[in-house]
Each structure stands twice: as C-alpha cells, then as structure tokens.
Design a protein around this ligand. Sequence first.
Ligand SMILES: Cc1ncc(COP(=O)(O)O)c(C=O)c1O
Length: 332
Amino acid sequence: MTAFGSVFMPEMALTEFDGEQWGAHKLVPSDSLSLHPGAHVLHYASTCFEGLKAFRHPDGSVKIFRMDCNIARFAQSAELLALPAIDPQQTRDMIVDVVARFADQAPEAPGSLYIRPTHIGTEPAIGKAAGPSLTSMQYVLVSPVGDYFAGGSDTTLRLLLEEDGMRCAPHMGRIKSGGNYASALLPTMNAKRDLNVDQILFCPNGDVQETGAANFLLIDGDTLITKALDSSFLHGITRDSLLTIARDLGMTVEERDLSVEELLERSRKPGCEAALSGTAAVLTPVGTLLHKGEEYQVGNGKAGATTAKLRQTLNSIQWGQAEDTHGWLTSI
Ligand SMILES: Cc1ncc(COP(=O)(O)O)c(C=O)c1O
C-alpha cells in the first residue's frame, strides 16, 4: 500500500496573483510548478494550505465534504499570514474543476479523493523578512487515499502528553501553515523513537490542546469534552462535524479547557474513551496515554463503542449512506 498522500493526479488547478489581481485559473500538469529560488515562501514560510475530501457515493456521484468551511479557514490563514487575499469563489471553482477532472479516479469508500489547496508567496525578495510577498500562487492538488493511521479504526493510538513544549507559537495555532508542522516535527520524531508513541498530545502548562495533525476529544459516558476554540490550535472541521453529530445523538458537548489532571482522572473510568479527529484521521481511538514516565490506559484501552458510533455516523453522511441533514456535501 502506498503512503497516504504520496500519489497525485497528473493535473492540478492553478492561479497566480500578480500584485493586483488573480489570473484565470487553469488545469496544468502537477509537476509544472516554476518558482524563483528567492521566492518569499522558500525563505520566510509565507504559505498556508487546506485538506478536505471528496467521496464516491453508491450511485457513482462524487461529493465534496464541507468545502466552504475549508475555504473560510484558508481565507483566514492567508489573512493572518499577510498573503494576498484569496477569492473564495475562485478557490471553490478550482476545487470543483480539479475534482470533476479526476472524479473517475475517486476511490470507493472507505477511500476518498484528498484535496490539497495551497497558497504560497512567490515574490523573489529575500530582503523581505519583515515584509509581505506581493505576488502569490494558489494551486489545488488531488490525491486518492485510504486510511491515514495504519491499522484503520480497530487499533488504538499511544499518545505522549507533553506539558513543557508546545506545537507552535500560540498565536499561530489556528493557521494551517507549514511552519507549524515543522515546529512539531522533531519533538514528535523523538517521542516516536524514544517512547514508541504514535503522536504527541501537546498540553502546554497542563492545557490539553491537540496533536501534530488532529484534534483531541474525550468521551466520558454521554459527555464529549474538547478544548473551546481559541487562537492556539487548529479549528478542525471534523471536530465541528463530530460535535454536531454528538449533539444530534443527544450527547452533552462541553467545549472548555481540559487539564492533564482531569484527563488522567477521567481516563481511569472503565467506560471512558478518547480519540483524535481530523480529515485524515477521521476519528481514531486513543488507548494509552504516557505522562511523566507513567502509562495510563484510557478506559479499557480498546476502541470504544461511542467513538465507533460517531465515526460511523460521520462516514455514513460522507459516503452517501445517510441523509445529509446539515447540507455538508457539495455535488460537482
Ligand atoms: C494540527 C491539526 N489539528 C487539527 C486538524 C484537524 O482539522 P480538520 O478536521 O479540519 O482536518 C488538522 C488537520 O487535519 C491539523 O493539522
């Protein structure tokens, strides 16, 4: 099996901002990017991106999940990075065009077509460490994918609770930008190597936030607890979808601060469950937490029934097996 996101369709949608306006977007070969080595993005990380999916339905049609939420987050990332403002309608058209072009390549469920809109500062200006790139480029790549975490939803993850470090600078957390992933990379690699964990759950000063590429949800009986939105972490669209589904199922949703202490305390209860949510992770159960050299099992350490139900309810909507009551799907 090929690694998640390593196979690309041969064409992508592309448009350039010339300092005044966005040009007409077009489909071009995916390996045809031309960039000056002094481009702002290559030196000062003026880049943001998105990750969303299109799903093949039983009737053969292909639908994009919550595209407008991803475009809104993309627009906000560009604004907070002082990149040229995107035109949301154009980004929408680019996504739809490239998905339509490769709709016949969208895998059957549980696979999907992963969509990666990207925005980079292209101005050749290495003197602009403290100045914005006046020109930029947007492109949308697509990649057929299966499950992100090897083992799918049956195995559980081991997470290290990290209280001393943080994933990224607190004011950058809600921006989906490459620098944030670079910032979390080495600590995560070290933790994987030294402690055999799958991910770090960043908990600066005891505040449970998120992992390198997913949000964290704690499920205690009928209550779902997750950090309330602030600028320090990524506002996951899967998180939002799962909270909506949990409320639809009659669960109590608490968006609030969760301390490491409370997390470990609740995890002791036999019925407690924890999971990571994200476009790639969907909802992946967490079985073990490592904290200050101790191992803690979450509930019985196995994939929990509520986690499975939430994941299945989300997947049923995405895969066209349940009614799209919230209007989350876009036809192409
Ligand atoms: C750091 C981080 N947190 C959370 C998420 C989940 O966001 P979403 O549900 O929109 O994919 C992601 C992306 O997948 C991420 O990279």
